[in-house]
Design a protein around this ligand. Structure first.
Ligand code: PLP
Length: 411
């Protein structure tokens, strides 16, 4: 099946009892069995069955199957948030004293997770310019357990060249983890460029309407876990074969920390996915038109959108994402006052901390999401006080441009 068809038909068949076309919300904490033998066999793994929704739940499974079909993976685990998907991957792949190599331009929450949680558990994070291979190749050693980056970094909008990065990583037997939140599987099947694990914040384009917090991780099947340098995963591979990562993640980390999403959240994500291809095309189209408008406006100092041909990462993005660049852009005015003034004069666009909604969203990252970051961290993330981030929505582009134009005229 093609992507658009899978987005609507994968993950579940029509429900049999009543013929419901959409998958039901199984709002049940636990699942009963007729006999003690039955339940025991499920616990022993001899028989498949649901036990307790912190471990797995049928509605959550439907969402996992659908996302897995879209990323063309071997399996996936849905989580309560994008952050808990990232945390599951990192806790599964690393032990105390291990090291990881990460791109230095990251979503703010991921920075905080690395600096406050991974550090506390004795894992060292090397921040690097991920496109500058020579700068991080020399950091690789026996303790290096993974390489991590965002496929379009939020909010700097840099685009790493995954093929080149994964080639080096795989030569050293290191798995590559890609946060594919901003392009989504519709713009990019990172599996075919060498990604081993893909993570998403489904809060954004996947759910699509800003209705729920959610995340997911997908094993693409590229990495041979029998060769893992993590002892626990290697051990698991004797039982679970190439599902060793997923089995370790679910049984040793996810269910024990309690990262499971609610079935209602999985239901909202399932609905969202059905229109993902349509929405992404429109987000991309509107973002390019808004970027072009901003570029031509006298009051705007600079515009950062990889869809613009002058953009540093336009060519990498064109090859990787089939000439589409998602719906995020940033632009720069002359001062913080001008940025605040602009935001306060908007009538249509919402001033809030999210992306990937149907609505057009703006935020002044320096005084909000990055408020507690050091100057150095802000520099790495490409954030300064003259910058506004826009998540371009699905309204008619003329209305979006008119709103931005009238707000710019007032500064
Ligand atoms: C939002 C976001 C996250 C975190 O996801 P939550 O659902 O907010 O926990 C991670 N990575 C990227 C690129 C994001 O935009």
């Amino acid at each position: 099946m093609e992507f658009e068809t899978k987005a609507i038909h994968s993950g579940f068949a029509q429900e049999e009892k009543f013929g419901a076309t959409f998958f039901p919300i199984y709002g049940s904490a636990s699942f009963a069995y007729k006999t003690a033998e039955d339940l025991s066999e499920v616990f022993e793994g001899k028989k498949f069955g649901y036990v307790y929704s912190r471990i797995s739940n049928p509605t959550v499974t439907a969402f996992e199957l659908r996302m897995n079909a879209l990323e063309e993976g071997i399996g996936s685990i849905a989580t309560a948030s994008g952050m808990s998907a990232i945390a599951t991957v990192f806790f599964t792949l690393t032990e105390q004293e291990d090291e990881i190599i990460s791109s230095d331009c990251l979503f703010g929450g991921t920075y905080l997770f690395f600096n406050e949680i991974m550090k506390k558990y004795g894992v060292k994070v090397h921040y690097v310019n991920i496109n500058d291979i020579d700068s991080w190749k020399k950091l690789i050693n026996k303790k290096t357990k993974l390489i991590f980056f965002e496929s379009i970094s939020n909010p700097k909008l840099e685009i790493p060249d995954l093929k080149t990065i994964s080639k080096i990583a795989h030569e050293h037997n290191i798995p590559v983890i890609v946060d594919n939140t901003v392009p989504t599987p519709y713009l990019w099947r990172a599996k075919y460029f060498g990604a081993d694990i893909i993570v998403h914040s489904t809060t954004k384009y996947i759910s699509g309407n800003g209705t729920t917090i959610g995340g997911i991780l997908i094993d693409t099947g590229n990495y041979d876990w029998k060769k893992s340098t993590n002892e626990k995963i290697k051990e698991m591979s004797s039982k679970a074969g190439n599902f060793a990562f997923l089995a370790t993640a679910r049984s040793k980390i996810y269910q024990n920390i309690g990262f499971a999403p609610s079935p209602f959240s999985a239901f909202l994500n399932l609905i969202g996915i059905e229109t993902l291809p349509l929405r992404m095309d429109k987000h991309c189209e509107n973002a390019l038109k808004l970027a072009e408008f901003l570029k031509s406006n006298q009051k705007v100092v600079d515009v950062n959108y990889p869809g613009l041909q002058v953009h540093k990462f336009h060519e990498t993005g064109r090859q990787q994402f089939n000439n589409k660049f998602s719906g995020l852009l940033t632009f720069f005015l002359n001062s913080k006052e001008e940025c605040f003034n602009f935001i306060n004069n908007l009538k249509l666009a919402k001033n809030l901390a999210n992306i990937g909604d149907t609505r057009t969203l703006v935020i002044h990252p320096d005084s909000t999401i990055y408020l507690n970051c050091t100057q150095e961290e802000k520099n790495l993330a490409g954030v300064n006080e003259k910058m506004i981030r826009v998540s371009v929505g699905l309204e008619n582009i003329n209305d979006i441009i008119e709103d931005f134009n009238q707000a710019l005229e007032k500064i």
